[in-house]
Design a protein around this ligand. Structure first.
Ligand code: G6P
Ligand code: ZN
Length: 559
């Protein structure tokens, strides 16, 4: 380990050197589905970030400010933001601060480091799959001591603090070199710069059989192509896939992290990971193709000629959990977010396991995981993870699929077909209406609630609508209630339309319409999910009067 000298003369500055900076509240520092996300120039305003960080600190009880982790996805402004955050944390006398080298840590790696080091929490800098660079997006969120995104009571408290803040504390640090192994002491705080990858890579080796996967690869029975999308997973992929599993370097695409993600959207889907997608649809494809997002928590799974919808990926991991050493003792329970397809429910029923339905947002899985009620969770938004961390985990999901392929010796397409034949197929896709005025998007949701009685009895083809409700969730662990989490239109045969407003945008509103039809006929399992749901999407558009209320004639994205 390189031990760098502290940059101050004696390395210690008296606590009374702390500056108390007068400030005033900024409007709109309300954390959304996953923390506070804004255009980067909003964060670059003087005091903006420091106000928010002080509001986080103020929300923590005094005995929960001893050790914190800080890291980000390396996007534009990550470096400056970390320096500012360290100034506030040192001034607030956080005793130990663990920072990823160069300020880099993937979101699941932060979650693991918090848990491993017994920290009181951590600060993650990321706007996930949103683009980065000047004029693009930035974000910050707080994770608690179990490594989970802060629950609503805490994000509410942070938001209340941002509305009344009139000063923050700042320790005027010199610019710190965040080189691995460096250790600094200022006031009552120690700052330790840790390797961004090694703890996480060690954890993965305890959860999966690396020898088994590696030997399948060496025998030429299993191959992987991974797209890091110029984002934070690059170094993780090099260590885990290349060095530990022997994937050839040429099969790791875009694995050099860049501040602007190479100008693209670091969003692992068929549109933004187009090169990988086209390669996997070609004749020379590897057995598995995968991509991860800006901060390494999302994943896309592809087979040779096959796209695995995130909802199916979750259901298949549950079905084949015995192939994954982490789950060999059983899953106990599973969970999915409400708009995620019900494919998981059918596997859970077969395995005789409880299946929980939570609101959108990984934080809602936290209590279930902490209490040991579930061991596997996932969301339609390209997220899957287990009980090893409290975030979704892209690289981990790829390792799950490598394990399943190595153990079963089957192709991705074969596994999908067998799954659909056994459990029926949830044809699933999402229509997004982006760039809407917030009031109009709200009006669509209100209109649906207002007219819900008149929707009962209407039919889509031969499918009558059985029920329309507004999803509300009572957390079975702490009893907290989250209302207004989307409108569900349920049909007699289990098919569904779900309407929900996105909580991750940085400017205009996005209405998401989730479409699911369940098909059990063995001759009808191989259609394209987007085409299969096109008409249902038109029905959804019409019963919600989306055109009348917002002027949007059709969705801007079908995914
Ligand atoms: C983030 C969260 C996910 C959530 C997603 C929903 O990625 O980490 O848990 O599923 O946002 O995004 P939306 O834009 O639909 O609110
Ligand atoms: Zn992400």
């Amino acid at each position: 380990m390189v031990q760098q000298k502290p940059l101050t003369e004696k390395g210690v500055r008296p606590v009374n050197a702390v500056d108390q900076i007068s400030t005033s509240a900024f409007d709109g520092q309300k954390p959304g589905t996953s923390g506070l996300r804004k255009k980067v120039d909003v964060f670059q305003q003087p005091h903006y970030l420091m106000n928010f960080v002080q509001s986080i600190v103020n929300a923590l009880p005094l005995d929960q400010r001893s050790r914190l982790v800080v890291g980000g996805d390396g996007r534009y402004f990550n470096r400056e933001a970390i320096q500012q955050i360290l100034q506030v944390l040192v001034a607030n006398e956080v005793k130990e601060i663990l920072v990823g080298a160069d300020g880099l840590l993937s979101t699941p790696a932060v979650s693991h480091l918090i848990r491993k080091s017994g920290s009181d929490g951590g600060i993650v800098l990321s706007a996930s799959h949103n683009p980065g660079g000047p004029g693009k997006d930035f974000g910050i969120k707080f994770n608690n001591a179990s490594g989970s995104p802060a629950p609503e009571f805490l994000t509410d408290l942070i938001f209340e603090n941002t509305k009344t803040i009139d000063h923050y504390l700042r320790f005027p640090l010199p610019e710190l070199q965040l080189t691995e192994g460096a250790e600094y002491q200022f006031g009552n705080s120690t700052i330790k710069v840790v390797n961004s990858v090694s703890d996480y890579a060690e954890l993965m080796q305890t959860l999966f059989d690396f020898d088994r996967i590696r030997s399948s690869m060496e025998d030429g029975k299993l191959s992987l192509c991974f797209d890091g999308m110029h984002a934070v997973t690059g170094p993780y992929a090099k260590c885990i896939f290349s060095e530990l599993l022997g994937v050839p370097a040429g099969n790791l695409l875009n694995c050099v992290a860049k501040e602007d993600f190479g100008g693209g959207h670091p969003d692992p889907n068929r549109v933004h990971a187009k090169t990988l997608y086209e390669y996997m649809m070609s004749d020379h494809a590897t057995d598995l193709g995968a991509a991860s997002d800006g901060d390494g928590d999302r994943n896309m799974i592809l087979g040779n000629g096959a796209f695995v919808s995130p909802s199916d990926s979750l259901a298949l991991i549950a079905e084949h959990h015995q192939c994954i050493p982490q789950f060999r003792d059983g899953l106990v329970g599973v969970a999915r977010s409400m708009p995620t397809s019900t494919a998981l429910d059918r596997v859970a029923e077969h395995l005789n396991l409880p299946c929980y339905e939570t609101p959108t947002g990984w934080k809602f899985f936290g209590n279930l995981l902490d209490q040991g009620l579930v061991r596997l969770c996932g969301e339609e938004s390209f997220g899957t993870s287990g009980d090893h961390v409290r975030e979704k985990d892209g690289v981990w999901t790829v390792l799950c699929w490598l394990s399943i392929l190595a153990e079963t010796g089957k192709s991705v397409q074969q596994l999908l077909t067998e799954h659909w034949t056994r459990f029926g197929r949830s044809y699933y896709c999402r229509h997004d209406y982006e760039g809407l005025e917030a009031e109009k998007a709200q009006a669509v949701m209100l209109g649906l609630v207002e007219h819900r009685d008149s929707l009962i009895g209407q039919s889509y083809g031969s499918k009558p609508i059985r029920e329309v409700d507004v999803f509300s969730y009572e957390d079975p662990v702490d009893g907290s209630v989250s209302e207004n989490q989307g409108v569900r239109v349920k049909f007699d045969d289990g098919s569904r339309i779900v309407y929900r407003l996105s909580g991750t945008g940085t400017d205009s509103a996005t209405l998401r319409v989730y479409l699911e039809q369940i098909e059990r006929n063995a001759d009808s399992l191989q259609h394209d999910a987007i085409e299969f749901n096109e008409e249902l999407g038109q029905f959804a558009h019409s019963i919600a009067n989306i055109a009348g209320v917002t002027g949007a004639a059709e969705p801007s994205v079908r995914t």
